[in-house]
Design a protein around this ligand. Structure first.
Ligand SMILES: [Zn+2]
Ligand SMILES: [Zn+2]
Ligand SMILES: [Zn+2]
Length: 448
């Protein structure tokens, strides 16, 4: 029999269920479900396919069956993006928060709803343990480099022993494709090092003519947002600057932009994913695509104030190349840009940093190692674009204080341990941000 599904208490007087609320960033949309504690954690599946990455701006999607009333979701007025024949993505049209997959199974009349795990609260469960356990990771092949999967290997949960355990990984759809053996790295470290060697060669060629041509398309799933990052132009400019004059996001060792792990509550809520990844660019190193249809007109706005103004323009006056780019101010000095067509997170901007934006890493379609300019096809050189960015593998995650006191604290700990172990197994050097964290920890220990 099913466990009691109300908030009634059991014989010993303890609550036997919990209310969980999924809410968008602007709080316009809020859904509450009462869930028996015995049924937790919610079972989730993560998808690493290109479509999910481009639809969210995160490196993957993760969703769990929504235990609440389906009618409340159906009648909520959430915006709808037609994802595939039988799947819609539901998101808040005002703030862009990605909230539900709506699925109509073939041959069935009823629709079912799966909630994006990032929309769920960071509650602390009475018995400990996570609110969500990711049991499966699927469509790893799409990432080419593994994407976020190397550090999301132990996201399932062993309730009996109270610890995280290995999730199952699949090349394609779960149960319908080959499974990756639990102990195996995918891709193999050897295959990954081929990519790294290619990257090393590019680093040495930093002044060559070739490198000056590398641009990275940034494009959402629906195509409503499409810009390009002038990766090599930026790197060349940074390489000529005094080290102490570099922007904080530039790696002084190689002049690449930081690729970060971010667990801030707002980034989680707006993307729908528990761990988000950003990279960072000066606005002057972002341009509209240079094809015939879009190469006329002014440059991409070079300040956050100009970008905000451009996006808020009346329809008639607005630059059509901005496409479906929309903006939500999550606080008076913060602008969060998203695609109004498919809900993908695009940029984060803050008034204090007038010339730069955070760029949603999941939207990058970096050309493969050895290729200079993307030909506009969907072929990319790895979801992480590791050859073009400086990844912070290890140390602390941005806004880690936000997860404290809730179930995500455990998730962040296990992911940090796993990414650190994987970095060391690959023999990768710690990037400057990781070294700074370690220095700060040593100094903190001394002064404490
Ligand atoms: Zn909202
Ligand atoms: Zn997918
Ligand atoms: Zn879009």
């Amino acid at each position: 029999m099913a466990a009691p599904s109300s908030t009634a208490t059991n014989g010993s007087g303890n609550d036997s269920s919990i209310d969980i609320t999924a809410q968008c960033l602007c709080k316009k949309h809020s859904f509450t479900a009462t869930v028996p504690l015995a049924s937790l954690p919610l079972k989730a599946t993560a998808c690493h396919c290109d479509s999910c990455r481009y639809n969210t701006g995160a490196l993957y999607s993760a969703d769990a069956g929504w235990p609440g009333d389906p009618a409340a979701v159906r009648e909520s007025g959430l915006s709808v993006y037609y994802f595939s024949d039988n799947i819609n993505v539901l998101f808040c049209g005002r703030c862009g928060s990605t909230m539900f997959f709506e699925e109509k199974e073939h041959g069935k009349v009823e629709t079912s709803y799966a909630v994006f795990t990032g929309a769920l609260p960071n509650v602390e469960l009475p018995g400990g343990g996570p609110l969500v356990a990711i049991e499966h990771h699927m469509f790893l092949d799409d990432t080419r480099d593994g994407g976020a999967s190397p550090w999301l290997r132990n996201t399932d949960y062993d309730v009996k022993n109270g610890c995280y355990k290995a999730a199952r990984r699949w090349h394609g759809r779960r149960f319908k494709s080959d499974e990756i053996l639990e102990g195996d790295d995918w891709p193999s470290l050897k295959d990954l090092s081929v990519m790294t060697d290619g990257a090393a060669a590019q680093t040495h060629a930093s002044d060559s003519q070739e490198l000056s041509d590398i641009t990275i398309p940034v494009k959402c799933r629906c195509g409503g947002v499409h810009v390009e990052l002038l990766a090599s132009v930026a790197r060349k400019e940074f390489s000529r600057m005094q080290r102490d004059q570099l922007p904080r996001f530039v790696d002084p060792d190689n002049n690449k932009s930081l690729a970060s792990f971010d667990v801030c509550d707002s980034c989680r809520t707006v993307s729908g994913l528990d761990i988000f990844h950003w990279t960072f660019f000066w606005l002057k190193h972002i341009r509209f695509p240079q094809n015939a249809a879009s190469s006329s007109g002014p440059e991409f706005p070079v300040s956050t104030a100009a970008l905000k103004k451009a996006v808020l323009q009346d329809k008639e006056a607005r630059d059509p190349r901005l496409g479906a780019l929309e903006m939500y101010e999550s606080s008076p000095d913060v602008q969060r840009y998203f695609c109004g067509g498919c809900s993908a997170v695009v940029f984060y901007a803050v008034d204090d940093l007038a010339n730069q934006v955070d760029v949603a890493l999941g939207l990058l379609r970096a050309p493969p190692v050895g290729k200079n300019t993307s030909d506009g096809s969907d072929v990319h050189g790895g979801a992480r674009a590791e050859h073009l960015l400086s990844w912070k593998f290890g140390g602390t995650m941005a806004w880690q204080q936000d997860v404290q006191g809730g179930w995500r604290d455990g998730l962040v700990k296990i992911v940090t341990d796993d990414v650190t172990a994987w970095r060391d197994k690959r023999g990768l050097a710690k990037n400057w941000r990781v070294r700074n964290d370690e220095k700060a920890a040593v100094e903190g220990a001394k002064s404490g």
